[in-house]
Write a protein that binds this ligand. Structure first.
Ligand code: NI
Length: 392
């Protein structure tokens, strides 16, 4: 397995601190926009480091570290929320809250950012500013939009941004930085089909919304298979169908819900338009009516090529060039995209898997865990990024 090059790096020196901070968050997970305790703990850590904390976006926290000389302002973002999952790991630091778990690794992201802050306060930042952003509600709440509306990109204005995700698809010791899109645009839709209810034995007197819904689901599959450029990528998933109550009644209505994932703006628009046209058109052809609500929820997470190159350089310094890998972009969504839409920057993936230790469960799984070595690597990576991004 790949091992990091620098055993005496700041990330490794701070690892006991990172681990204890991460485990504390892990034991006390809070769901999106409810991160009250988490906010309080972060505020205390920042105060202890002599950084003035300011609440942002409700349950978020920001703080500014000023450098000795003028330079650029880099925003470092860590997400804060846990998931509605009951942990199944039997570890001393397991979640103490049934039905809540840091099953995505955001506990680790916060620990890394606090270690980075600690190192910068201990050694000093030579130039520029580092703006810490502990962001609430990443898991489907668009917490990034809240902190942005709250002015996190101003005073001082942010020149660049960086965030990372500890990543199960990569073994610990590897880092992936993609130039360009790395996570997909995430859109949501609801199709409400209205027909005519009636007795199941007399379909000719009804307009059967179950039959219509089935045709709509089938037809939506042709968007990806027949309309999106085969060299491009998209997903259309219908995740929920609700219609009817029993076997002998034709229901008056049916409701479909789903999500679309794309990388390119053009493709995103195409998929949006086609979902609406197909749902409405198929319903009409079958004598029903379909109303489509389509929510362009999050744009794709797109790395600035220059920022990605700098981050790759920083990554190579930490784990060695051969351990900086090309990963496939993920069809998952990430609200870091909202920062990257406004400010050039980079979103990186830091490996956390360790098969030998049984750490191999996917994100959001009740047995998700991380090889905590990844916290040291992520800290060193972030410090390398700070050095490169705050320079004028
Ligand atoms: Ni996550």
């Amino acid at each position: 397995m790949a091992r990091p090059l620098h055993r005496n790096s700041p990330g490794h020196r701070l690892l006991p601190f990172s681990v204890s901070v991460r485990r504390d968050f892990h034991m006390h997970p809070e769901l999106g926009l409810e991160e009250k305790r988490t906010q309080k703990v972060i505020r205390e850590h920042l105060k202890a480091l002599g950084i003035r904390p300011r609440n942002v976006g409700g349950t978020g926290v920001t703080g500014l570290i000023r450098g000795r000389a003028e330079g650029r302002t880099l925003l470092l973002r860590a997400d804060m929320d846990a998931l509605p999952v009951t942990e199944e790991n039997r570890v001393p630091y397991a979640s103490r809250e049934p039905g809540r778990m840091h099953a995505c690794g955001h506990d680790g992201h916060m620990a890394v950012l606090l270690s980075v802050a600690r190192h910068l306060r201990e050694t000093g930042l030579p130039e520029g500013n580092v703006k810490l952003c502990f962001q609430p509600g990443e898991e489907g709440f668009r917490g990034a939009a809240r902190v942005i509306e709250d002015g996190i990109l101003e005073n001082p204005p942010v020149d660049a941004c960086f965030a990372l995700h500890v990543w199960r698809d990569l073994p610990v010791g590897k880092i992936a930085v993609l130039p360009g899109p790395c996570m997909a645009a995430t859109d949501l839709f609801t199709v409400r089909i209205t027909g005519k209810g009636g007795h199941a034995a007399y379909p000719h007197l009804s307009v059967d919304t179950v039959a219509v819904a089935a045709q709509v689901v089938g037809a939506l599959q042709t968007i990806v298979s027949r309309q999106v450029d085969p060299l491009d990528t998209a997903v259309v998933t219908v995740g929920s169908i609700r219609a009817g109550t029993t076997y002998n009644v034709i229901p008056e209505t049916a409701v479909l819900q789903g999500t679309c994932r794309t990388f390119r703006k053009r493709t995103r628009k195409l998929v949006h338009r086609r979902v609406k046209e197909i749902a409405a058109g198929v319903a009409r052809a079958l004598g029903a009516r379909a109303e489509v609500e389509y929510d362009e929820f999050l744009p794709a997470t797109v790395n600035d090529p220059k920022a990605a190159a700098l981050a790759r350089e920083a990554a190579a310094e930490v784990v060695g060039a051969r351990n900086v890998v090309e990963a496939d972009p993920s069809m998952g969504g990430e609200d870091m995209s909202l920062f990257l839409e406004r400010v050039p920057g980079c979103y990186a993936f830091v490996g956390l898997r360790n098969e030998k230790r049984g750490i191999r469960h996917p994100h959001h799984h009740p047995r998700f865990d991380m090889d905590e070595e990844c916290l040291a690597i992520a800290t060193d990576l972030t410090l390398g990024v700070v050095r490169r991004f705050t320079r004028r």
